[in-house]
Each structure stands twice: as structure tokens, then as C-alpha cells.
Design a protein around this ligand. Structure first.
Ligand code: SAH
Ligand code: SF4
Ligand code: F3S
Length: 476
């Protein structure tokens, strides 16, 4: 699979899920359609946006054709992510020409990165709202109504939308995302996120626990705690670890995880993304202690070569990373591990690339997201280094990485054959009406004959067959 197809698979699996129920506010007769691209944070943010706008009277729709307002929540992580959104905006241009009342707004990382230019130079949109400006959306929409162009791209040091109950978008109501931190302070040299999402800030732990408890009461059985680097979650502490308010408790990620794990033993807890430089043994011990904290860690490595990691400003070496993998295997036995890898970063030599392949052989990841390096404006890498690995070489290296991962994913699944897994039923399988699917704790998709189960049930499945993408089994 090449990167394009891979991205498509990832993105398409998430698309079209943006349906929101009718809001609590009195209807204003306008229909809203939200489309989301990019990471889970964006999907989670779209639920916050839906909540803010339904409160002010908008009704959401699944059908773009009946919408009065379309909001596109965008991603800037790689150039092709932005290209897709641009193409989509051009599609809407036709609809705008026919219906002058039709409003198109752009949210998220691309809005933050490009600011006014999409509005003024390219005239593709009416509203531009950055990730910290969503509370202002009702005003921005109103401004458009009066014929103005509406922009708010102010980044905030403390906005966490902590008090907003997101309007959940998935139909089944079994799994949900809960944002715990926003922004990122890491400045990996290839990455645009610190520029589009601003400074890192942690959300009040009590609001996180309450949201998880409410979700459980509504029938949800799995929450995924989200942050660009969940391990740097810290409440009531400065980035240097000093206590901000001595009269109040401090909470780190290990402690937060314990608070959430205790909400209910039947509420599964996942989290993403872990950072190799910050993931502690204390946290791993909490994972091991609670059965409902899923035995799965996404630990992006980016490269297997220490010099490349240094150029990437990742804050760890190959050896440090391998030691963290050892710690996972030691403390949380049988934990599934996935990663992100970038091929062809600035100055990457063939030998450095081979270090990535050898690291993969050493760890044998259960799953991976793999990308070609894409230079992003304003990043440290863009300013300091040359994007000098030829496109062909990037592609060739990426293919080698993907091929290797396909083997490892298949082997990982083959090792599961014969095992009995606890699976949370998510709903009908795409494969056939006769089958249902759900995930095991290691985050593998398990498909099994339908039986008498419903979404949200926990069942035990014995694994009989597999592909690199799914496990097939029978309920025992
Ligand atoms: N916060 C997460 C990653 C968020 S972005 C972390 O630190 O791991 C998701 C992934 O996109 C990254 O892990 C990286 O592999 C990839 N990525 C980010 N910027 C990129 C770029 N400029 N080119 C190619 N891939 C990139
Ligand atoms: Fe980007 Fe690095 Fe922050 Fe992840 S940790 S969002 S890769 S800067
Ligand atoms: Fe993309 Fe922004 Fe997420 S750049 S990956 S949507 S934080």
C-alpha cells in the first residue's frame, strides 16, 4: 500500500461520521454540515463546534445538499492534507455561485496557518476560525450575514473548552474521544502543530472525569483520552514542574489515568499520543494495574537513527526509545505497540534509513502509520535544513517501510490465533450483514458471526483466522 491509499483508508474510515443530533437551543431554521479532516483532535473539536452551534439554534445535518452552512475542519500536517481541502473548497465554490446565502467556513489547523489568505486572496471561504476561536463562531456567522468577512485566528494560552459538553457524532454511541490537553510545546522540527495549535495546556481533571462518567451513563463503553503528547498532561503545575496554586492538588498523566480508570471497570480507557521522551514507568504501572486501561500504546518513533532524531528535535535517542519499549514489555506484558514513521527527512542517508528498518525488525510493531516527509512552512526544519532527499528516494524508502510493516502486522495477528479475546461490540461489520465487529484491548479489529449481541456488549471471542488488518473469530 502506498501513502496515498493508506491515507485514504485512514481518512475515509473517519469521513461521513459527522452527524449531530438536534441541539438544545431553540431552532433558528438554519442547517449546519461539518466535515472533518486530520487527527482525532479535529474530530473531537468538531463535536465541540457542533455543541456550541446547536446551543445557538443551528440544526446539524448529514446531507451537505440541505446545509445553509458548511464548516470544514482542516489539517495542515502534510501538503497533501491541505491539497485535499483546497479541492473540496473549489467544489463548494460552484454551490456558492448559485446560492449567495450559502456560507462556507474553514476551521482548524489550515485556518490557523493561512489566516486571512483563503478569504481575501483566494476568496474561497466566508469564515476563518482557528482552533481556539470556536466560541466566537456564532458571532462570526452573524458577521457574514451582515456582509462582512469573518476571521478569528487568535490562539489562547488557556482555552480548553472544559465546560462544553461535546455533541457526540458517532451513531452507535459506544466509543468517544475526550480531549485532555490542547496545543504542543515540543517543537519537533518537521511539525506544523505548535504553530497551528499554539501552546500546550491541560484541561481541569474534574471536568475530564465528569465527562467520562456522563459518557458511561449514556451507554458509552470506551473513551480515548486525547492530546498531542498525553504524557505531558499536568494540572496545576508549570512546565518546569512547579506548583501553581499550593492550596490545590497537582495531577500528572499517571494520576489522571487512575482517576479515569476508576470511573467504572466496564468503561475501557485508551489514550493517544504517547511521547517516548515523557512516558513514565509510573504511568505504565497504572496501565498494568487496571484491567479496563487497554493494553495498547501508540508511541511514534519517527526514525530509528539517533542523528536523524536529533535533527528532528525529538528529544530522545534510538537507545532511549528501545529502553522505553523494554519498559512497556516489562511492566505491561502483551501490550500492543504502534508507531509513526517518516521517510526521507532532511539529509537522511541510506544508512540512516536502514536504521529505521532495523529498529522495526527489533520491535516488530503491531501497527504503524507511515509517511513521506513533507516540508511545512515556518517549521524549524524548513528554516534550518534542505528538503534534499529526492522524491523518488522518499517513495522507495517509504515502500520498504510499509512492506516491512505489512509483514509485522500479519505476524502480530498470526500470534493471536487460538487466543481468547475480550471484545467490545461496536456494530455490524463492513464485510457482511451476518458479521459484527469490535476491538480487543490491543486495538485489533475483530470480526465474528453476529449472534444475539448489541453494541456496547463485552463478549469473549476465540481467534481462528486473520489478515494483517483484522482478526476473525467465534464467540465462546
Ligand atoms: N503528537 C504526535 C504526532 C502528531 S502528527 C507525536 O508527537 O507523535 C502525526 C504524525 O504525522 C507524526 O507522528 C509524524 O509521523 C507525521 N508528520 C508530522 N509532520 C510531518 C511532516 N512534515 N511530514 C510527514 N509526516 C509528518
Ligand atoms: Fe508535532 Fe512533535 Fe508536538 Fe507531536 S510532539 S505534535 S510531532 S511538535
Ligand atoms: Fe492535522 Fe492539526 Fe491534527 S495539523 S494532525 S489536524 S493537530
Amino acid at each position: 500500500m502506498n501513502e496515498e491509499t493508506l491515507n485514504k483508508v485512514i481518512d475515509e474510515s473517519k469521513q461521513g461520521e459527522v452527524t449531530i443530533l438536534k441541539g438544545n437551543g431553540a431552532s433558528n431554521g438554519k442547517k449546519l454540515y461539518i466535515e472533518s479532516y486530520g487527527c482525532q483532535m479535529n474530530f473531537s473539536d468538531s463535536e465541540v463546534v457542533a455543541s456550541i452551534l446547536t446551543e445557538t439554534g443551528y440544526e446539524t445535518t448529514r446531507d451537505v445538499n440541505e446545509a445553509n452552512i458548511v464548516l470544514i475542519n482542516t489539517c495542515s500536517i502534510r501538503e497533501n492534507a491541505e491539497t485535499r481541502v483546497r479541492n473540496r473548497l473549489v467544489e463548494f465554490k460552484g454551490k456558492k455561485a448559485k446560492d449567495p446565502e450559502f456560507v462556507v467556513g474553514i476551521l482548524g489547523c489550515m485556518a490557523e496557518r493561512l489566516k486571512k489568505s483563503l478569504l481575501e486572496e483566494e476568496k474561497l471561504v466566508d469564515i476563518v476560525a482557528g482552533p481556539d476561536a470556536y466560541r466566537d463562531l456564532p458571532n462570526l456567522i452573524e458577521e457574514v450575514g451582515t456582509g462582512q468577512k469573518a476571521v478569528n485566528v487568535l490562539l489562547s494560552r488557556d482555552e480548553t473548552y472544559a465546560d462544553i459538553t461535546p455533541v457526540r457524532m458517532d451513531k452507535g454511541g459506544v466509543t468517544a474521544f475526550v480531549t485532555i490537553t490542547r496545543g504542543c510545546d515540543n517543537m519537533c522540527s518537521f511539525c506544523v502543530v505548535p504553530f497551528t495549535r499554539g501552546r500546550e495546556r491541560s484541561r481541569d481533571p474534574q471536568t475530564i472525569v465528569k465527562e467520562c462518567r456522563d459518557l458511561f451513563d449514556m451507554g458509552y463503553r470506551e473513551v480515548t483520552l486525547l492530546g498531542q503528547n498525553v504524557d505531558s498532561y499536568r494540572w496545576n503545575m508549570t512546565s518546569k514542574g512547579e506548583i501553581k496554586d499550593v492550596s490545590k492538588p497537582t495531577v500528572n498523566f499517571a494520576q489522571l489515568m487512575e482517576m479515569v480508570a476508576k470511573v467504572n471497570p466496564d468503561l475501557r480507557v485508551r489514550f493517544s499520543t504517547s511521547h517516548p521522551k515523557d512516558m513514565t514507568d509510573d504511568f505504565l504501572k497504572v496501565m498494568a494495574k487496571y484491567e479496563n486501561v487497554c493494553e495498547y500504546i501508540h508511541l511514534p518513533v519517527q526514525s530509528g537513527n539517533t542523528e536523524v532524531l536529533q535533527r528532528m528535535n525529538r528529544g530522545y535517542s534510538r537507545e532511549w526509545y528501545l529502553e522505553r519499549i523494554d519498559a512497556i514489555n516489562r511492566i505491561v506484558p502483551d501490550c500492543a505497540i504502534s508507531t509513526d514513521i517518516i521517510s526521507g527527512f532532511c539529509d537522511e542517508t541510506e544508512e540512516e534509513h536502514r536504521d529505521t528498518l532495523s529498529l522495526m525488525d527489533e520491535i516488530k510493531y503491531d501497527f504503524a502509520y507511515m509517511f513521506k516527509y513533507s516540508e511545512r512552512p515556518k517549521t524549524l526544519a524548513e528554516r534550518r535544513f534542505d528538503d534534499n532527499v529526492p522524491e523518488e528516494t522518499k517513495k522507495k524508502r517509504l515502500t520498504q517501510i510499509i512492506d516491512k510493516q505489512m509483514e509485522h502486522s500479519l505476524e502480530s495477528h498470526q500470534r493471536q490465533i487460538g487466543k481468547i479475546k475480550k471484545v467490545l461490540v461496536e456494530g455490524p461489520s463492513k464485510r457482511s450483514e451476518e458479521y459484527f465487529c469490535g476491538r480487543d484491548g490491543r486495538n485489533s479489529m475483530v470480526v465474528f458471526p453476529k449472534g444475539d449481541f448489541k453494541k456496547g456488549d463485552y463478549i469473549m471471542v476465540k481467534i481462528k483466522e486473520c489478515t494483517s488488518a483484522t482478526l476473525l473469530g467465534e464467540v465462546v
